[in-house]
Design a protein around this ligand. Sequence first.
Ligand SMILES: Cc1cc2nc3c(=O)[nH]c(=O)nc-3n(C[C@H](O)[C@H](O)[C@H](O)COP(=O)(O)OP(=O)(O)OC[C@H]3O[C@@H](n4cnc5c(N)ncnc54)[C@H](O)[C@@H]3O)c2cc1C
Length: 356
Amino acid sequence: MTSTPGDALVVGGGIIGATSAFRLATEGWRVTLYDPEPGSGATYAAAGMIAPTAEIAPGEEENYRLQCGALGAWRELARSLYDVTGETLTIVEHGTLLVGFDASDRRLVAQYEAVATSYGVRSHRVTRATHPDYFQHVSPRVSEGLYLEGDAWLDPDHAMSLLTLAHEALGVSLVREEVVLAGVDNSRVEVTTTERRGLGDIGVLATGARALPGGVAQRADHVVRPVRGMTVRVQGVDRSAQPTLRAFVRGRPLYLVSRPGGYGVLGASSDEQRELVVEAGELQRLLRDALDIIPSLESAALVETRQGLRPASRSLSPFVEVIDGRWAWLSGHYRHGVTLAPLAANEALSFARSVR
Ligand SMILES: Cc1cc2nc3c(=O)[nH]c(=O)nc-3n(C[C@H](O)[C@H](O)[C@H](O)COP(=O)(O)OP(=O)(O)OC[C@H]3O[C@@H](n4cnc5c(N)ncnc54)[C@H](O)[C@@H]3O)c2cc1C
């Protein structure tokens, strides 16, 4: 085992690479982070939900169990970030309200409840009469739903800016260049960018849905496919004191993550495309569904759309693949990369400690 931390190279500065760089640096590793545009990938589009319960899906029980540890890991990470930066990362823990728009959507809610119950999750049926606050801004035609405890959210932009501050405080070197080649030479990891060469003792590959750099790419076993997603940012409806709203609308899932002050993140589209273009039809469907379930969005301002490529593995689960003994590839976080980031960073740290 490496007796003292040495030099670590991290390729990719999205939420996975940024948290890994932070954890390695707090353990005394001298970290160099490579990314031409840190935080510009899927992390930029993410709503920031840490919502293992609302994300339950048939066949993904293992993923659900993994995510159950994420909120505690985020609380711990937020404490470490505070220790280094003096700034607080707010994690809002109001749970989720799941509703259906029409009769067939309510059947989808019931199906969700059955899967959740089979995973041992406790959800509570709530109505507009028993919990009027929960239904604030929700269409009057919706009078009941499921309340799911334990779900939370954070602002990924804020998390990324605190991680950047922490990197600076801990001396993480940022190289704003793309790594084109990565490998191992004489027991040292080696990267080549368009401008320079770098060497280290261990390396972390956190390139999200993007292809790995040459060299390691030829020796990797896993395959990651990009799944495009869009969030729409609006200003004007404040449900921030209420549970995050999730809905099925005409069979499609929708969410509103509402932040204090009326900024809201609506999401999310999902399609098997890699071109980052906003399709008019997709935007129209998302907004129509949102207006049907939250009519007061009618006069909200449309701030922007954000798009990203979710990194999906064949099993839809995250993975750590060791390549050439000294590189750890962390990817496959799919819809849950923000949620899982502190756990991925722990994996990066365990790997670094284990390399001889
Ligand atoms: C619309 C949408 C909503 C989402 N909402 C949520 C949510 O609410 N909660 C949740 O948990 N997850 C959510 N996700 C999923 C989450 O965003 C991703 O799983 C997560 O961001 C993946 O992080 P990453 O660091 O692996 O990848 P990315 O964020 O894509 O970062 C990869 C980085 O690597 C860099 N890079 C790539 N190749 C190279 C190279 N060769 N050299 C140097 N740098 C390189 C890129 O520039 C990029 O900055 C959402 C995703 C989308 C698209």
